[in-house]
Write a protein that binds this ligand. Sequence first.
Ligand code: 2PG
Length: 210
Amino acid sequence: MDRLLVLVRHGQSEWNLKNLFTGWKDPGLTEKGIEEARKGGRLLKEAGLGFDLTYTSALTRAQKTLDLILEELGVPLTGEGSLPRQQDLALNERDYGDLSGLNKDDARQKWGEEQVHIWRRSYDTAPPGGESLKDTGARVWPYYMTHILPDVMNGKRVLVSAHGNSLRALIMVLDRLTPDAVTKLELATGVPLVYRLNADTTVAEKVILQ
Ligand SMILES: O=C(O)[C@@H](CO)OP(=O)(O)O
């Protein structure tokens, strides 16, 4: 049985381009982001991968990325031949709280390089009014266990389009990263991470398509 799970971080967003903390804010994709998503779709097609089910967040940039990937795969978005789609807040980006909408360089000037790095990449220090990676995991992990993983274990080929930090939380578990190791994990936009799972739910294989 092919226990296929593909994770993709959305293509570049308008706020990625402007270097703003985004979190639960909802900017669209840039032209570059659209092309990144399309390229991700083409790479999946070239790898001969197809899907039975899709998951995405409640945010436009991840949904649009999923649409573009499906378009490249030749899968209609509605009607006959379209795939079931689960959209859930559980897969949203980490909530950046009071930092949302601030320029990342301005934040470094105000609070210092080190503090901003801790807010962005530490495991359990939350930005003011927002979520730490651990807090993000506390909603991503149960959703994975109750929704995504059962589908994969039932032999459904699953595609997930989500965000830098919600996917970092998920990958932390899949790749068995320590809280220290996950601080160094960075995900490129639009690059599909192809996982195959063993019958005991551990990772059999991970391939990065780029
Ligand atoms: O601003 C955000 O929401 C995220 C992802 O773009 O940024 P960072 O990489 O700083 O966690």
